[in-house]
Design a protein around this ligand. Structure first.
Ligand code: ZN
Length: 193
């Protein structure tokens, strides 16, 4: 199960300061009155950013692992929300998907693979923008359909991490890579890089 580790750090800062060491989960979410063997269960490593780890707890009685995902990391997708946002913002302003893929994936050996990589991220983020609640519904504005529009509206180039923090209570019901909704069978498996 994914839970939040509230933090303002970027992924690189989180890795450099080993901030997962400060993550705390006082009680078992499945047994808030106690009585189970709930305990810290080490960390797991994510490939990007380099040297980043996520703190884990485990409850044996309910066979549940709890991952304290820092606000900077995407859920069920490699990398940070900031990086994802940069990719999609770049793609939205590119003249074509091919141009975006060439610019964003200079490391890629095959262009079709790079295009799929970019397209998947655009699709995930745009689907998210069509789903997330408006932070200021009283202003009655049309929904921001693009990340560049949301950035302008929120006045930040960390729009996704801002949403992660401000929509914290709703994360269990929101789709990845922002939220922690666990939906079976709909998403393609996450890529390995
Ligand atoms: Zn428990």
């Amino acid at each position: 199960m994914q839970l939040r580790h509230p933090t303002l750090l970027t992924g690189e800062q989180y890795a450099a300061t080993q901030a997962w060491r400060g993550a705390r989960l006082e009680r078992c979410p499945n047994h808030p009155d106690g009585g189970c063997s709930f305990a810290r269960h080490g960390t797991y490593t994510r490939k990007t950013p380099r040297n980043i780890r996520v703190a884990r707890w485990y409850c044996r009685e309910s066979h549940t692992t709890f991952n304290l995902l820092p606000d900077c990391l995407a859920a069920r997708l490699p990398g940070t929300l900031d990086t994802l946002e940069k990719v999609v913002a770049h793609a939205e302003q590119s003249e074509s998907l091919t141009a975006a893929a060439k610019a964003l994936r200079r490391d890629a050996v095959d262009l079709p693979g790079a295009i799929r990589w970019v397209r998947r991220r655009i699709r995930l983020v745009h689907r998210l923008l069509a789903t997330v609640p408006d932070l200021h519904p009283e202003r009655r504005r049309p929904r921001a359909k693009k990340i560049t529009a949301l950035r302008a509206r929120l006045g930040t180039d960390r729009a996704l991490t801002t949403l992660r923090r401000r929509l914290a209570p709703q994360l269990p019901a929101l789709p990845m890579p922002l939220g922690f909704q666990h939906k079976m069978g709909h998403d393609p498996p996450p890529p390995s890089a």
